[in-house]
Write a protein that binds this ligand. Structure first.
Ligand code: G1P
Length: 276
């Protein structure tokens, strides 16, 4: 069975697209109906059997820690009232999971954020969720699907999705051979290529299972696109050794880092009552 017990959440980014809402509030705390984005991510990790939540935060992100902690005042006030059940979700998370935090002092890219998480993760394979990619599924969650695949392939797994070519420059892009339906052995990957240079429309979305050698690779990865240390560049080293699988997951992803995606996610969740 799988050895994956921890999920890393890079959560230090600014969320400038949502200013002024994100001036004093972490973008990960933006609510989809009643639950903050990061809580959906934590629930997806729990659905995959993970109980260790490792969160890379930064300045102005303390609300995330408070959200997953006890609020004694609120517990006291709501106890015995008909509103008490509203706290059941976060109580359940608190009972089942262990949270650990570290800070990324400087914004040097996703690869750098992952590297900052090393002290929380240790030397085991681990999952990564980028909370602003919000995923809904009919059956098992995306991470649960990926862990199943990890048990079979025992290497790094990245979630992928076909996106319109004109949007490709917002994503890391993979190229590879389709080994089984929806499962690609990755041979090349590029961070945010222009539409005319992109070799496919298979975009990486914010779900990864990473093997721990990624940390050493990241340490030796030079700044790439936008002068930042890119996870995609480090993954390319693993891909060249034949150790990266791209997986077209079952489900639907909303890009909650964009206003349109956020509104679509809100409407979808409200209609499906997924927030309860
Ligand atoms: C990051 C990754 C990119 C990936 C994307 C998914 O980019 O660098 O490879 O496709 O997440 O959301 P960001 O959205 O942080 O710019």
């Amino acid at each position: 069975m799988t050895a994956i017990s921890k999920c890393l959440f890079p959560a230090a980014g600014y969320g400038t697209r949502f200013l002024p809402a994100t001036k004093a509030m972490p973008k990960e705390m933006l609510p989809i109906v009643t639950k903050p984005l990061i809580q959906y991510g934590v629930e997806e990790a729990m659905d995959a059997g993970i109980t260790g939540m490792a969160i890379v935060t930064g300045r102005g992100k303390r609300a995330i820690e408070d959200h997953f902690d006890i609020s004694y005042e609120l517990e006291h006030q709501i106890a015995g009232s008909d509103q008490e059940s509203l706290l059941d979700g976060t109580r359940h998370i608190r009972d089942k999971c262990r949270f650990s935090y570290t800070r990324q002092a400087e914004m040097k890219g996703l690869g750098h954020a992952i590297l900052m998480g090393q002290s929380l993760i240790g030397n085991n394979p681990f999952a990564v969720i980028l909370a602003d990619d919000y995923c809904v599924t009919e059956g098992p969650g995306v991470l649960a699907q990926m862990i199943r695949l990890y048990d079979q392939y025992r290497c790094t797994i990245v979630a992928i999705e076909e996106v319109p070519m004109e949007e490709i420059s917002r994503y890391g892009v993979i190229e590879g051979e389709e080994a089984e339906e929806g499962i690609f052995r990755v041979s090349n990957m590029v961070e945010k290529p222009s539409p005319d240079s992109a070799s496919s429309n298979l975009a990486i979305i914010g779900r990864y299972i990473l093997t721990p050698d990624i940390f050493q690779i990241l340490e030796n990865t030079a700044p790439g696109k936008s002068g930042e240390i890119q996870l995609t560049d480090a993954l390319l080293t693993q891909a060249h050794a034949g150790n990266v699988i791209g997986y077209k997951f079952d489900g639907r992803r909303f890009d909650c880092g964009s206003i349109d995606g956020f509104i679509e996610a809100t409407n979808h969740t409200y209609k499906s009552r997924n927030y309860e």
